[in-house]
Design a protein around this ligand. Structure first.
Ligand code: IPM
Ligand code: MG
Length: 385
């Protein structure tokens, strides 16, 4: 078969790119160079469309995400998301703040399983605030429920009581269906790892915690080969710092997952390293919708300076290779190139320790691409020999 007909036959994959605000466009820009590389490597035609989200969308359309962008997101094979927010939008009412852009996507696409791997690369154990022996080889997967809980519960609001005192209300709610499906995701993943799930709640003070624990136990019965333990969220926050290697898969609700994943990221050295994938329920009749984003925020103070660490975003695309393109080999290749780059000593400011030279986001990406070239050429040579 000649090259032209190969190209004609290239598989198409539609990627909706939503860079957002602050460093979002910087890191997503770098990631698109990696996407490009894998397009060639895998013979995939990435059909890339850009859209506005967050503050960028507020400025142009007056809302954090438009119906048109949500519609495109519903149609896309996957979404690559940057970050949202910035001080100029901090005083807006909650319903039109930049953050609503990502929250609406999670809810409208029913992306309930937010997978947040916290992996501590041995090459940069020094960047963690914990002692190297505590964090070296930490490999935790936080499965965060992302369509219910206090993020979306009603009623909510701030009212002024008859006595003139203001009162704020948030509602924490989860149905057994919402708890069950995210627990199942965690158990399924645990089966491909070390068969261990720790479910995290506040069953000692919250009704949602009581139901969470009950349902987690019920789902656990479907997975007799996976050992299930429970932990209160406050204890989990402490145990993550005390002995992080005791954890493998953690499953928890929206708010606890938000907090514990930031903690796990810092533990691994930097918020700039941790990727995430947010998936809907699998439906055998069509591809699973998925959104890939770094867990960090928009860091507006360093935007447009080519200073941001692109690794969390690049590794989020790595999760896309794994979950949406079903190529764990390609995802592993990218991981290897990232580790190779870190082993060579390349450090953006967030992971540099005293005296280490700091490189730009583009330089980091250049090194990863060089690593990909090198490792894939080696693989080819081995395959041919
Ligand atoms: C995250 C972020 C978001 C969240 C914000 C931007 C709404 O912190 O993805 O962790 O709280 O879920
Ligand atoms: Mg967060």
């Amino acid at each position: 078969m000649d090259a032209v007909s190969n190209k004609d036959k290239a598989r198409h994959f539609s990627l909706l790119v939503l860079p957002g605000d602050g460093i979002g466009p910087d890191i997503v820009g770098e990631t698109l160079r990696i996407v490009d590389w894998f397009g060639d490597y895998l013979g995939i035609q990435f059909d890339i469309e850009h859209g506005l989200v967050g503050g960028a969308s507020i400025e142009q359309c007056g809302e954090p995400i438009s119906d048109a962008v949500v519609e495109k997101a519903l149609q896309a094979d996957a979404i690559l998301f940057g970050a949202v927010g910035g001080p100029q939008w901090d005083d807006l009412p909650r319903a039109i703040r930049p953050e609503m852009g990502i929250l609406r996507l999670r809810q409208d696409l029913d992306l309930y399983a937010n997978l947040r791997p916290a992996i501590c690369f041995p090459e940069i154990v020094g960047a963690s605030s914990l002692r190297p022996e505590l964090v070296d080889s930490v490999d935790i997967l936080i499965v965060r429920e992302s369509t219910s809980g206090v993020y979306f519960g009603e009623p909510r609001g701030i009212e002024t009581r008859a006595d003139g005192v203001r009162r704020a209300i948030d509602t924490q709610t989860s149905t057994e269906t919402e708890i069950a499906r995210v627990c199942r995701s965690a158990f399924e993943i645990a089966r491909r790892r070390s068969h261990k799930v720790c479910s995290v709640d506040k069953a000692n003070v919250m009704e949602t915690g009581v139901l969470w624990r009950t349902v987690a136990n019920e789902i656990g019965l479907e997975y007799p080969d996976v050992s299930l333990s429970h932990m209160y969220a406050d204890n989990c926050a402490m145990q993550l710092l005390r002995e992080p290697k005791q954890f493998d898969v953690i499953v928890t609700d929206n708010l606890f997952g938000d907090i514990l994943s930031d903690e796990a990221a810092a533990l691994c050295g930097s918020l700039g390293l941790l990727p995430s994938a947010t998936l809907e329920m699998q439906d055998p009749t069509r591809p699973q919708r998925a959104l890939y984003e770094p867990i960090h925020g928009s860091a507006p103070d360093i935007k447009n300076m080519d200073a941001a660490n692109p690794l969390a975003s690049i590794l989020s695309f790595g999760m896309c290779l794994n979950y949406s393109l079903n190529s764990s080999a390609a995802s592993e290749l990218l991981n290897q190139a990232v580790r190779h780059t870190l082993a060579q000593g390349l450090r953006t400011a967030d992971i540099a320790t005293d005296g280490e030279e700091v490189v730009s986001g583009a330089a980091m990406t250049n090194a990863i691409i060089a690593g990909l070239d090198e490792i894939s050429a080696d693989e080819q040579r081995t395959a041919l020999s």
